[in-house]
Design a protein around this ligand. Structure first.
Ligand SMILES: *Cc1c(COP(=O)(O)O)cnc(C)c1O
Length: 457
């Protein structure tokens, strides 16, 4: 080994010495002693390796401390990231950001015992779902409601309860696959229901449903296409027509909405997404949707509609396997409460706020970011672009947005490095630019974004 390396190795500071560093001492008020010591050891070991490989020419204590801070920040596998993709409901990035009200309620409930399943009036066992059912019934104007772990579970439970060994009629144009492994035909098989496909991929008529109905029909199912569109020579049956047929034949109609929204987004210029209330008004007997897509709350599957059907579903023993946790209930209760006032919902539920935010407001934020970039010597430009709302909802063609764009010959390299900053930044590539869609950037993340980009450049 050469002399330099030996000298460097000898000069690696001792763990105890680092632990007495002023900045590390401040860290000790936030983290346990053993955790900080563990991270310090790890960083010093890494430094030793680097010296041996000849990557280090001098020892810098400030840099060591910085590495320890970074290592503490990254001690968890599940970490926050900055979503600069513009995809508001991004399943890979955790879907909805919870409203502050929900976070507060979760903390309160998670750090105390609660009346989760305890009736305070009677002093005896109570029901888990009472805490949110009334709010859902009021908001959606339905007689029954229950909640399970996610919407896939909701659809499964409905099929298993109402259609085991019986037929469910679905249009061939709606036999969708959502996300990785949720395929309507497969869920159907697993639930014990028998799939009765009708129509063709592009055209399904009311008579197709009508002709398929027999004494073994459990219900008619309509599935929101969510992540694709059928265009051209097409025809489909509306919920209204389908429920009229159902009522005439005494057969329930279920709609799997996927991304259920309690706000009429048409008022905000989004014409493709029916609200939950609208679907109920059109006559659906059961509607299922997610808690963490357009609703903007915690992961959950809502099953709402006719109380006699909801009651049967609630009695299915599988309810126990699909039940939601108290933290989810707390988050949902607080989120639902925001829906009692539409203006409040739009302002305080991040998912809704980001989706309806006007391009002008986004542009202003983009300009602010550009000014900060300029101060830091980062060269970037403002560009108009389109955001994809995601989550299988809203316009497939995207909504107008503004992005800040950095031109580079190494776009791939750039976004790869951005994924390794603290916090990691997830950006998009468009032609020779790395672009940051300002729609999904939160105010508090802007300084972190600037820092991350500066670091990478
Ligand atoms: C997203 C979606 C689901 C699955 O919902 P999860 O809450 O992710 O389980 C089911 N059906 C439709 C139509 C969807 O869009």
């Amino acid at each position: 080994m050469n002399l330099d390396k030996t000298k460097l190795l000898r000069n690696i500071p001792a763990v105890d010495r680092i632990l007495k560093n002023e900045r590390i001492e401040t860290l000790l008020s936030n983290y346990s002693y053993s955790l900080v010591r563990e991270c310090t050891r790890k960083v010093l070991n890494r430094l030793r390796d680097k010296i041996l490989k000849g990557y280090v020419s001098q020892i810098d204590e400030d840099k060591i401390v910085e590495e320890i801070e970074k290592s503490l920040n990254q001690r968890y596998s599940l970490r926050p990231v900055i979503n600069a993709t513009g995809v508001v409901i991004h399943t890979n990035l955790g879907r909805a950001i919870l409203p502050d009200e929900a976070i507060k309620h979760v903390i309160e409930i998670a750090t105390s015992y609660s009346n989760l399943e305890y009736d305070l009036e009677k002093g005896q066992r109570g029901k888990r779902y009472v805490h949110i059912v009334d709010a859902i019934k009021k908001i959606a104007d339905v007689s029954g409601a229950v909640v399970v772990n996610n919407n896939a579970g909701a659809v499964f439970l409905c099929l298993n309860t109402l259609a085991r060994g019986k037929e469910v009629i679905v249009s061939r144009g709606e036999l969708v696959e959502i996300g990785g492994s949720f395929r309507i035909p497969d869920v159907m098989t697993q639930s014990g229901a028998i799939l009765k496909e009708v129509g063709t991929t592009n055209k399904t008529r009311l008579s197709d449903y009508e002709n398929a109905i027999n004494e073994n029909t459990a219900f008619l199912l309509k599935v929101h296409r969510s992540n694709f569109k059928i265009v051209g020579f097409t025809e489909e049956v509306s919920i209204r027509e389908l429920s009229n047929l159902g009522k005439q034949k005494g057969i329930p109609v279920m709609v799997d909405l996927g991304s259920g929204c309690f706000i009429d987004l048409k008022r905000y210029g989004f014409f493709t997404e029916p609200s939950v209330q609208e679907v109920v008004r059109e006559g659906a007997d059961i509607v299922t949707f997610s808690g963490d897509k357009l609703l903007g709350g915690a992961q959950a599957g809502f099953i709402i509609g006719r109380d006699d059907l909801i009651e049967q579903i609630s009695k299915n023993p599988l309810m126990r396997a699909l039940r939601v946790d108290k933290m989810t209930l707390a988050a949902l209760e607080a989120t639902l409460m925001l829906y009692l006032d539409e203006k409040e919902a739009i302002e305080k539920i991040p998912t809704l706020r980001m989706i309806v935010e006007s391009p002008e407001k986004i542009k202003n934020r983009a300009l602010k970011i550009l000014r900060m970039f300029k101060k830091e010597g980062i060269d970037a430009t403002l560009k108009e672009d389109v955001s994809m709302p995601g989550g299988g909802s809203l316009p497939e063609n995207g909504i107008k947005t503004y992005v800040v764009a950095i031109k580079t010959t190494q776009t791939e390299e750039f976004i790869k490095k951005l994924r390794k900053t603290e916090p990691p930044v997830i950006a998009r590539i468009k032609e020779d630019f790395v672009i940051f869609d300002v729609r999904t950037l939160q105010e508090k993340e802007i300084p972190l974004l600037v820092k991350a980009i500066k670091q990478v450049l």
